[in-house]
Design a protein around this ligand. Structure first.
Ligand SMILES: Nc1ncnc2c1ncn2[C@@H]1O[C@H](COP(=O)(O)OP(=O)(O)OP(=O)(O)O)[C@@H](O)[C@H]1O
Ligand SMILES: [Mg+2]
Length: 258
């Protein structure tokens, strides 16, 4: 069965594209899943940019305009076989692109892949609503602050009304500062469990400058480890972070006790 998971948020800039690019790469390479990631944020598309994919002659825009098949807008990224469906970077390509056709356009992927991750536009506008209509499950991306959490609360109501399964909140860019909301406060306001806490990590910004997911740039950085745990959780598995001491002992040929 193909799972279609929308990655949404109330506020913009909270880390949806970062999480989609990393989760996709991790699920494909670490957990050997067949994964497709789709840029559903057609007005300000970034997914392909985050992966260093600048030349994509056919995009989701052409598919939504009925000018191409979805398979023709699919590009392989990384040796893991992760596939990416980018949206066009050109303003001109927005003309005639009807995002409401997203659900229909994705239909041919059913049964052909394990997981489809949809990188949504923020808020509850046309693009985000089309993403929700196409999704069976959703992950809410949030930052540890009141305004973004209030918006998640609104999104949650819409998700409930639409009968979509909420998987939980990913609290991103956590700095553990006193002025930030904690896990419990977010859960109380949004009424959804927090399933992951991803720290504010400069490696994410460094990896963006190099146009690679942080998981490939720095696999054991704090953000990468949390994203690996999240990927495992999504497919009902457990990820055990590397134990530094056992790694050190192995260097000297000593087999550590598990
Ligand atoms: N855990 C993190 N630590 C540090 N920086 C981060 C982290 N997560 C995301 N960022 C940075 O925050 C910025 C916004 O991230 P991103 O583009 O993924 O957000 P978004 O929700 O997709 O934005 P939009 O709503 O515009 O689509 C990027 O510069 C990204 O590198
Ligand atoms: Mg984005």
């Amino acid at each position: 069965m193909t799972r279609i998971i929308g990655v949404i948020s109330g506020k913009g800039g909270v880390g949806k594209t970062t999480v989609v690019a990393n989760l996709g790469t991790i699920l494909a390479s670490e957990f050997k899943k067949d994964v497709i990631i789709v840029d559903c944020n057609i007005t300000t598309s970034h997914l392909a940019l985050y992966l260093g994919m600048y030349y994509c002659p056919v995009t989701l825009n052409q598919v939504l305009k009925n000018e191409a098949k979805i398979e023709d807008a699919m590009y392989e990224y990384h040796i893991s076989g992760l596939r990416v469906i980018p949206a066009s970077l050109s303003l001109g390509d927005l003309k005639g692109t009807d995002i409401a056709k997203l659900k229909h356009s994705l239909k041919s992927l059913f049964g052909k892949t394990d997981i489809v991750l949809l990188d949504s536009a923020p808020g509850l506008g046309r693009e985000a609503m089309a993403t929700l209509q196409a999704a069976d499950e959703v992950i809410f991306i949030n930052t540890p602050f009141v305004p973004s959490t209030m918006d998640i609360m609104k999104c949650h109501q819409v998700v409930n009304d639409m009968g979509i399964k909420p998987l939980g909140v990913v609290l991103n860019m956590v700095g553990k500062e006193r002025y930030e909301l904690g896990r419990k406060e977010v859960e109380q306001i949004a009424e959804i469990p927090v399933i992951s806490l991803i720290p504010m990590d400069k490696n994410v910004l460094r990896s963006l400058a190099l146009k690679v997911p942080v998981y490939l740039f720095s696999p054991n950085s704090p953000a990468s480890i949390e994203m690996k745990k999240l990927a495992a959780k999504l497919i009902g598995k457990e990820y055990r972070p590397p134990n530094l001491l056992s790694g050190f002992l192995r260097l000297f040929g000593i087999k550590p006790r598990e």
